[in-house]
Ligand binder design. Structure first.
Ligand code: PAF
Length: 268
């Protein structure tokens, strides 16, 4: 790769879907070359079992990347990224306290650490992240800002199935009926957002109740959290005031799904 070429970078854990491909296509439009990494990062998993059972299909991923015309794929081994006696991690403090951070201790430390390492190796001008993992996006933006990294973080819209379900590698674990129930997450976020916009200053407790009531859940499904937060600081709001972000994590059977909806002053 030439010295002055601008590299666009899409870090992934593989199991690629149309959401990843949308990041890659954007990077290809905006940069001289595009690098994709595939690395299932052990440091960001809370449960060893979850890490071990993470779906891996490098052959299918490489074939998808070849079709997209990606310039380079980086496939590091665990040993390459975490050599023996590895002791240094990156912790973005405030932003990781709530939402997923409250339920997945150490998760964002693992994400920030691996992303910083990947940035150091790939040296991109821009890096692309999906808004579905909104808290992750904010954590990376903050890390880049706080550590003076010369990288532009590009936030890309969530890609959804026809029924509104946000694309995620975890969706493959859903049965047909679970998939249908899972699609109620985004539909309910939308109706809660519409209610909030037409009832400014409503209490978050009433929105939470609407969210719970709107979901199509079965026995064994449960809401892990539903929060209304400021989109920049991720601090929880008690009363609705634009801009705000509705964020939720819901277990559909044994699958944990997250989604969010950002409402700005001009949102329709
Ligand atoms: O979003 C992901 O797939 C991962 O968290 C990331 C950013 C590739 C870091 O392992």
């Amino acid at each position: 790769m030439g010295r002055n070429k601008r590299i666009g970078f899409v870090p992934t854990m593989g199991d690629l879907h149309a959401g990843h491909l949308s990041l890659i296509r954007r990077s290809k439009k905006e940069n001289d070359s595009t690098v994709v990494s595939i690395f299932v990062n052990p440091l960001q998993f809370n449960q060893k079992k979850d890490y071990q059972s993470y779906h891996r299909d490098t052959r299918a991923d490489l074939s998808a990347l070849r079709k997209e015309g990606v310039d380079m794929v980086f496939l590091p081994s665990d040993q390459e990224l975490y050599p023996d006696r590895f002791q240094t991690t990156v912790n973005v403090e405030g932003l990781t306290q709530g939402l997923c951070g409250a339920f997945r201790p150490g998760h964002f430390r693992g994400v920030a650490t691996v992303v910083l390492k990947l940035f150091q190796i790939v040296q991109p001008a821009r890096a692309y992240f999906g808004q579905k993992d909104y808290q992750q996006l904010k954590v990376i933006e903050k890390m880049v800002h706080d550590l003076n990294l010369p990288i532009e973080i590009v936030a890309c819209p969530t890609v959804r199935e026809k029924d509104g379900l946000a694309l995620s590698s975890r969706n493959r674990r859903l049965s047909i009926s679970e998939h249908k129930r899972a699609s109620s997450i985004y539909a309910t976020l939308r109706s809660v957002a519409l209610f909030a916009q037409s009832h400014p200053a409503s209490a978050v407790t009433s929105l939470r109740q609407l969210f719970y009531e709107g979901l199509d859940l079965s026995k064994g499904d449960r809401v892990e959290y539903f929060e209304v937060v400021h989109p920049d600081t991720l601090t929880t709001l008690k009363k609705i005031q634009t801009p705000f972000l509705l964020a939720a994590a819901v277990w559909i059977g044994k699958t944990r799904l997250i989604d969010n909806l950002l409402v700005n002053r001009n949102s329709k």
